[in-house]
Design a binder for this molecule. Structure first.
Ligand SMILES: [Fe+2]
Ligand SMILES: [Fe+2]
Length: 166
């Protein structure tokens, strides 16, 4: 198996997909502040859903749910509570939890056993919801968080987030 060290710049999940279809997909292992890490994972989510929809790839969808769930639970454990504890971003934080719950509810309703048109419609809706939520996080949440979370703390949250995923 080719290591990522030999192929800098190629996300680990792409290598995983290429070399062994059964291997669990990994998001990019990018180090940095919590914003850098989440943004890198957001790019992975958007790219992966584009591929799922383009190929009606049910297997890739199933594989993607693990990393996607981990992303959401990491945000809920380490990032959103900071926003909720700050009076200026409390409602914003509650909205983010609601967006995650809406996505999880939709996934829970997906009962198709093959990639039929209903399945595709549900995946497309989920993809739209995720894209809107991601845009909300990157455009509104990150700038608001940067006003009261220091750069040092953002790096610490990033480290804790990566350690949690390990
Ligand atoms: Fe989120
Ligand atoms: Fe996110």
């Amino acid at each position: 198996m080719v290591s990522t060290a030999e192929l800098p710049g190629i996300p680990m999940y792409m290598l995983a997909r290429k070399n062994n279809e059964e291997v669990i997909l990994h998001m990019s292992e990018k180090k940095g502040s919590i914003y850098d890490i989440l943004k890198s994972e957001h790019n992975w989510v958007k790219q992966t859903f584009k591929e799922i929809i383009g190929k009606r790839d049910m297997a890739l969808f199933s594989q993607a749910l693990g990393p996607l769930t981990k992303h959401m639970s990491g945000e809920e454990a380490l990032f959103y509570p900071k926003l909720q504890a700050n009076s200026g971003t409390k409602v914003l934080a509650l909205k983010l939890y609601e967006a995650h719950n809406a996505g999880k509810d939709l996934v829970g309703k997906m009962k198709s056993i093959q990639a039929d048109d209903k399945w595709l419609a549900q995946v497309e809706l989920l993809s739209d919801m995720l894209a809107g939520h991601i845009a909300d996080e990157e455009t509104n949440v990150f700038p608001a968080a940067k006003k009261f979370i220091s750069e040092k703390e953002a790096m610490e949250i990033g480290r804790a987030y990566q350690n949690r995923k390990a």
